[in-house]
Design a protein around this ligand. Structure first.
Ligand code: GLA
Length: 394
């Protein structure tokens, strides 16, 4: 493997001599379970991984911002204050969105240079974009001594992605990129915006992320349409059960859905069914994890996949193949992970058989789809931090 220069080295190499003032990092994430629940005020169980987006920052004397990205081997520059920028469907949209949000809080005193190195694979369902946003926002806050952190900063990142980039994402990815804790999953209630940490200890087992090699971007996928359907489903149910206090699908019970089967528009019913049952699975999965019940946990993963495939309809033939083959090769559970429409899958497998599992699954996948699988074992890492400090921020 060719050594990759760290972001501070890259800053000097690509944007001129002079040391970095600080380096910020934020991780990608794996979501164990709870898919398409976060924008319905439901529950999710994500884990920050030990793969980070790393950004070196250096203040400038003028008002320019120059940013180099190693993933795209490209630089981008802009002058502060921003003058009505428009999204261009490029990597720097995320950064412009963050700059715009900070621009609402303060007048930037000066510009800066930044060099980005991403160790989070892009477009593979690992939320490289949220890790970029959080690392960038944490770095800017620190660079200019802006007293913003915690949930406020997480929400700033979500707004940047939603309002500027145009992806109506939930809050899970930015939240876990900030609050993640090594060795733990976060059981996050996206209505209360509070989490509980759950130790990730399944003895003899490991979570594998297997990338289907079919890329997707949320901006170009059916994500927004599915989100709209969830909103419509909640409104339909609120009108049908006016006394139940339904604000979102979080407030809907399985029994309500049983009662309106055949009466509610079919697609909306399926979307709602997925969300309502998935919320139940998240809670059950956190309990299974706490009890060390790996088999129970695995069954919930697979049930989640079936629901994402049949009810929420965000799977692809490649992801279905990976899950089915994985189960026949002995996985305790498997499912597509993230928004869907391609990207990654998550497999719970025995540690001792990881190598054989990956090689047999890879061979079957190559035969069927002519694509090479990429996989890695999930090692839970910490949320965002600064390199200069010895311990993670919290
Ligand atoms: C993407 C979004 C998240 C979440 C997932 C689906 O990763 O960014 O907010 O909605 O899809 O669970």
């Amino acid at each position: 493997m060719t050594p990759r220069p760290g972001s501070a080295g890259l800053l000097e190499e690509k944007l001129g001599p002079g040391p970095a003032d600080l380096v910020s990092l934020a991780p990608g994430r794996v979501n164990l379970i709870g898919e398409h629940t976060d924008y319905n005020e439901g529950f999710v169980l994500p884990v920050a991984i030990d793969r980070y987006t790393e950004i070196a920052f250096r203040r400038r004397r003028d008002m320019s911002v120059r940013i180099y990205s190693s993933a795209f081997d490209e630089s981008f520059s802009v002058e502060l204050p921003l003058r009505e920028p428009r999204p261009e469907g490029r990597w720097h949209d995320y950064l412009l969105g963050i700059l715009l949000e900070f621009g609402k809080l303060l007048d930037f005193p000066q510009g800066f240079d930044a060099a980005i190195v991403s160790h989070v694979p892009l477009g593979a369902g690992l939320s490289s974009s949220a890790s970029l946003e959080v690392a960038f926002a944490v770095g800017i806050a620190r660079l200019f001594g802006i007293g913003i952190g915690g949930l406020e900063l997480v929400e700033l990142c979500q707004r940047a992605e939603r309002d500027f980039v145009g992806v109506p994402c939930g809050i899970m990815d930015q939240y876990v990129a900030y609050f993640g804790r090594a060795g733990h999953a976060l059981l996050l209630d996206t209505r209360a915006l509070r989490h509980r940490v759950v130790p990730l200890e399944l003895t003899g087992l490991t979570f594998l992320v297997i990338d289907s090699g079919t890329r997707r971007t949320l901006a170009g996928s059916g994500y927004a349409a599915h989100r709209r359907e969830c909103g419509e489903a909640a409104r339909w149910l609120a009108a049908r059960f006016p006394d139940a206090g339904i604000r979102s699908l979080r407030d809907v019970s399985p029994e309500m859905l049983d009662r309106v089967r055949g009466e509610m528009p079919e697609v909306l019913w399926r979307r709602a069914r997925h969300v309502v049952e998935e919320n139940g699975r998240v809670i059950a999965a956190a309990d299974a994890l706490a009890r060390g019940d790996a088999e129970g946990f695995g069954r919930l993963l697979t049930a989640s996949h079936i629901s994402l495939r049949d009810l929420f309809e965000v799977s692809t033939p490649q992801l279905d193949f990976l899950v089915e083959q994985g189960l026949s090769l002995g996985a305790l559970g498997a499912r597509l992970m993230g928004g869907g429409f391609g990207g990654a899958s998550l497999h719970l497998v025995r540690e001792a058989s990881v190598e054989e599992y990956v090689s047999r699954l890879g061979a079957a996948y190559r035969r069927r789809w002519g694509l090479t699988l990429k996989s890695f074992e999930v090692r839970p890492g910490d949320g965002t931090y600064e390199l200069a400090r010895t311990s993670p921020r919290r």
